[in-house]
Design a protein around this ligand. Structure first.
Ligand SMILES: [Zn+2]
Ligand SMILES: [Zn+2]
Length: 268
């Protein structure tokens, strides 16, 4: 079976440390067949964090790596666009500026405001109200026609369940969860199984089985799997576990986006 990783960062992301070439070399060493670069582009920090130049450099690096590694690795070009809902037409311009294979929408700064979800003090807020609001903003992003998939739906759990060890009862937010999943299905978008949580305190994929099973029950078909690697060590990390989880939740295929189109990889 094809060994792939659909979510990898380079040093074109503010939190990335290795060049596209270094990431490709590591991917080849680990036996990967296909990788998709998805560097950050946060809409709310577009100019203040130099994403105007970062996105151009990133895309050029992907093209260069694609050519350089053409014998050993399929290199795809993606973007992880943060908070596209706060300015959908501007976001659309950004994702249309290059011939991306994959547009992954994510929510790191709810409503385009700080703090980042990783810096929120979850022991001081109502986590259920926060997650309901988080899912309703993701619902807005699902409606946006500029993206192919939604990244790490339950990313705040890295802190809520991980760092703060809060016992989160998903049944409290069932309605908001169902509304979000139904919209993703209506829009024929994919849900990303982000495996970075497996190597962090939370110890599970984002989203985890409960949401993947519900997505499947409601008629969801498309899941992507990505490690969200920011370093060479993490390339491919948890991908096999992520695929196994998809299989366990009833999915027979994993989706990889090429040229913004779904390619289904059999996992049965
Ligand atoms: Zn992210
Ligand atoms: Zn990422």
């Amino acid at each position: 079976m094809l060994y792939f990783d659909s979510h990898i960062h380079t040093d074109n992301s503010p939190d990335g440390r290795f060049s596209a070439s270094q990431m490709c070399e590591a991917a080849v060493k680990k036996g990967l067949d296909l990788i998709t670069f998805c560097d950050h582009c946060e809409i709310d920090e577009f100019y203040s964090d130099n994403y105007d130049t970062r996105t151009v450099k990133a895309f050029a690096d992907y093209c260069d790596a694609k050519e350089r590694f053409s014998d050993s690795l399929t290199v795809l070009s993606g973007i992880e666009i943060g908070q596209p809902d706060i300015d959908k037409s501007f976001a659309y311009k950004i994702v249309s500026a290059h011939k991306y294979d994959y547009v992954l929408a994510s929510l790191h700064h709810p409503h385009g405001k700080m703090p980042d979800i990783k810096d929120i003090e979850y022991d001081k807020i109502d986590v259920y109200r926060f997650m309901e609001d988080y899912f309703s903003e993701l619902y807005e992003m699902a409606k946006w026609d500029g993206c192919d998939a939604l990244a790490h739906l339950t990313c705040p759990m890295r802190r809520i369940q991980g760092k703060y060890q809060i016992n989160f009862d998903y049944s409290v937010i069932q309605e908001a969860t169902d509304e979000l999943l139904a919209e993703i299905i209506r829009q024929k978008k994919a849900v990303e199984i982000n495996t970075s949580g497996l190597r962090q305190a939370v110890g599970r994929t984002m989203p985890d089985e409960n949401i993947l099973i519900r997505y499947r029950q409601l008629g969801g078909k498309y899941v992507t799997v990505g490690s969200d690697a920011h370093s060479t060590d993490d390339i491919g990390a948890g991908i096999k576990e992520g695929i196994e989880k998809a299989r366990k939740c009833g999915f027979g295929q994993i989706t990889v986006f090429i040229n913004r189109e779904k390619k289904l990889i059999d996992i049965t």
